[in-house]
Ligand binder design. Structure first.
Ligand code: CP3
Length: 350
């Protein structure tokens, strides 16, 4: 790994707590179906997981948005569900349906999983993608690796698919907290190994996606969202001192403040529901924040998109800040609106 003491790249400066001269920008799901060049590669690749496990094609789709827009960071093209897949809970992505897994809801299901030690072996193609990207990315672009947070991955493992209320995982956690914790513990360990292997291959920053953090009541949030991410941050910081970790506890609301403090994350991703003014007061003093334009403003574009982006920039651009969306780009986003947003953010001065 390179010297982390004096970062040169814009995104790394912001994550080190600096107010940067211009605001770094990347967007969650910046590679994906809104881009015609992605749809072409996707159609040729076979299944979605075939694309994730093909280093040449995964590298190509990671680079597509960098070529088009000149973002400050590239995020590895993969998925949070490669971890259950590597643990032996086979994952399929069905057209128009999203991910489908054979649900695991008890100790017998856990016992049927393979060992955590097999995860990095199974995911070797993903790390090869990271190595290739490290060699091919422009020198001013930061490479972000990622994983799902244990809680969010567990919601898919227990439910067998996406759900509006995460009921299967919540009921397991509420009825049998000790048994559910066994699943979380497996995922903590697997996630540490998966993220470490990405850093070893060349990822400079890692982001932990906790998409469903907001569905847990406070006491369960503490135990199944905050604590596992704290364990992951601690282990990564011990192995890689100075590694910037961004956590994205979507929907955490007022619990985000304690979460940011206690997990030891270096950056906090904000969803669309977080008030920038509140974040400036309660979160930014602790470190870099990232967010949080509504993805549908990017679909709408024009004056309203620019105005709301300016509002976020004017409130959070005075401190360490990375511009992003409050959640991922949606497929109906016009690619030219993304170009317009990047131009707007890059032209912004406080
Ligand atoms: O951000 C990027 O560009 C990097 C790649 C990336 C993908 N998924 C590619 C993807 C990342 C970082 C993810 C994270 C992810 N995956 C999350 C957390 C962030 C979030 O969006 O909440 C979650 C919950 C998943 C699980 C997942 N993957 C679902 C529920 C789905 C189906 C819904 C959908 O959008 O289709 C996926 C599929 C998926 N992951 C696609 C992409 C580009 C679309 C599949 C396709 O191209 O056919």
């Amino acid at each position: 790994m390179s010297d982390r003491t004096a970062p040169q790249k814009l995104l790394l400066k912001a994550l080190a707590g600096e107010k940067t001269a211009s605001i770094p920008i990347w967007l969650m799901r910046q590679a994906g179906r809104y881009l015609p060049e992605y749809r072409k590669v996707r159609a040729d690749a076979g299944s979605f997981l075939d694309l994730c496990y093909n280093p040449r094609l995964a590298e190509e789709v990671t680079l597509q948005p960098i070529r088009r827009y000149g973002f400050d960071a590239a995020i590895l093209f993969s998925d949070i569900l490669v971890v259950p897949d590597a643990l032996g809970q086979k994952v399929a992505f069905k057209e128009g349906e999203g991910p489908v897994l054979e649900p695991i809801t008890d100790a017998a299901g856990l016992a049927a999983l393979g060992p955590v030690s097999g995860v990095t072996k199974a995911l070797a193609p993903v790390y090869e993608t990271v190595s290739r990207l490290k060699a091919s990315l422009p020198s001013d672009v930061t490479l972000i690796g990622f994983a799902g947070a244990p809680w969010t991955v567990a919601t898919y493992m227990a439910g067998g698919r996406g759900s509006p209320d995460q009921a299967a995982a919540k009921l397991w956690a509420f009825r049998d907290p000790m048994g559910f914790k066994d699943l979380i513990d497996i995922l903590v360990e697997a996630t540490i190994e998966h993220l470490s292997a990405q850093v070893d291959a060349g990822a400079e920053v890692v982001q932990i996606f906790d998409t469903w953090a907001g569905s847990l009541p406070e006491l369960s949030f503490e135990r199944f969202a905050l604590k596992p991410v704290q364990q992951i941050c601690d282990a990564l910081h011990e192995r890689y001192p100075g590694l910037p970790v961004i956590a994205f506890p979507r929907g955490a609301g007022g619990m985000a403040e304690r979460y940011f403090k206690v997990t030891g994350a270096n950056g906090l991703g904000l969803d669309t529901g977080v008030s920038p003014a509140w974040a400036k007061q309660h979160l930014q003093p602790q470190g870099c924040v990232q967010g949080n334009l509504d993805p549908l403003l990017l679909v709408a574009g024009g004056h309203e998109m620019r105005g709301q982006a300016s509002y976020i920039l004017s409130v959070l651009g005075e401190g360490p800040f990375i511009f992003n969306l409050g959640h991922g780009i949606v497929p109906q986003t016009p690619p030219e609106h993304v170009a317009e947003l990047v131009k707007h953010v890059k032209g912004w001065r406080s």
